[in-house]
Design a protein around this ligand. Sequence first.
Ligand code: EPZ
Length: 446
Amino acid sequence: MEYISVTGGRPLQGELWVSGAKNSVLPILAASVLCREECVIHGCPQLTDVDAALEILTQLGGKTRCVGDTVYVDASSIRDNHISKTAMATMRSSILFLGPLLARTGSCSLYRPGGCQLGERPIDLHLKGLHTLGAEIKWEEDHLTCCGKLKGGTVVLPYPSVGATENLILAALGGDSPTIICNAAREPEIGDLIGFLRTCGAEIDGKDTGTLRIMPGKLHGGTYTVMADRAEAATWLSAVAATGGSVSLRGIRPEWLSPVLSVYRIAGCRIRETQNGVALDAPERLKGAGVIRTAPYPGFPTDAQAPVMASFLQSRGITVFEETVFSQRYRHVPALKSMGADITTASSVAVVTGVAKTYGADMESTDLRGGAAMVVAALAGHGQSRIFGLRHIRRGYGDMTGKLRQLGAEIWEQQDEPAVLSQGGKHHEQGSTGATLRKTPAEGTG
Ligand code: EPZ
């Protein structure tokens, strides 16, 4: 059984380069379906979700190869327009192949997408928008068939859905006249997708404005470097803030993290912003940060909610979270409470009251950012923790333990005999293998 082992309670410090953004490279890989020549994508993070996207491109008939963090995609040989149920189940962003396959072949069949269980994750906004652009949609149980000659048109999104915006941009390129998308998502990853598409010859106006105008047209290939990952950067900032350390993050534009940086300034951190990076120096204990409400960009990013929450468990004071984007994005809370955290949730609100100390525990990650939150909490907690469910974490973090060790963390991926979990009472001895006994919060290490 594999898990992440953490010995917490020490400040993290150092410098890190932020990897390429998962939520940018995935729509870019889907967009490569529209390119008639080879695409070269630099700064591609090494994640299981990226592997899944490359597998879908291969299943469709495309040719892909990876050299380090560069991915080469030649979609000119794509002949298929069906995506298997297994491939669709691996991640949410498998749905992003729908728009480009429709644009390229005039039809597509696939299944409901998988991904993190964050509550109901419908695709109605994707489908209604595609129908407006001329697609006929047919459901047979969980099998979806779309076909039709795409035309231009005006789509007004009732909610600035990131995925729906991406799907509609890609579908619009296959239309017979311009398409306008109103109330489009404005996340930086949308801007990165538009940057890639423009490199390949697309004419798209309105980037970052919420109203996009897409001219139809065929795309050649292109070379593009993916933006840095905001969610990863927020995770590292949370880990350093939680442990009273200091970090310099390179390769990230501070404006992409503004709401997170504002929270940590309120909590007592010193923040320095540069053109291509941000530095954070944390106090020994954070102050409560008041109310943090997640919202579409440029609001506080929902993907930062869990790790940022984990950084406030031992703060002085109260921090209140309101999760407005997903209906079930507090699934990490029980694990944090097993460490001795004081968190009360009611519907979309979570109230974190800082405690003097939290203690190591065994935790099972439930989703990508929830798993990251458990690691952040374990790094600040006293004693040893184990975090299971690594498959969730590997979807969005290429080398989480390696990067955190660069900051001085005592964190390792372990492969052990099936462990006997948390028999409590006896403190775990560093370096032992097999069954691990550990203190329960009530018998903390003081
Ligand atoms: C993208 O998911 C990201 N995933 C998510 O990151 C991120 O949390 C989310 O955007 C919000 O920023 C990728 O880019 C691969 P949405 P997406 O469509 O596109 C509802 C991570 O941890 N909705 O903006 O699925 C939906 O249920 C992941 O990296 C509909 O009702 O997000 C949700 O409540 C998690 N109907 C809200 O909108 C639809 O057709 C936001 O969803 C589509 C969405």
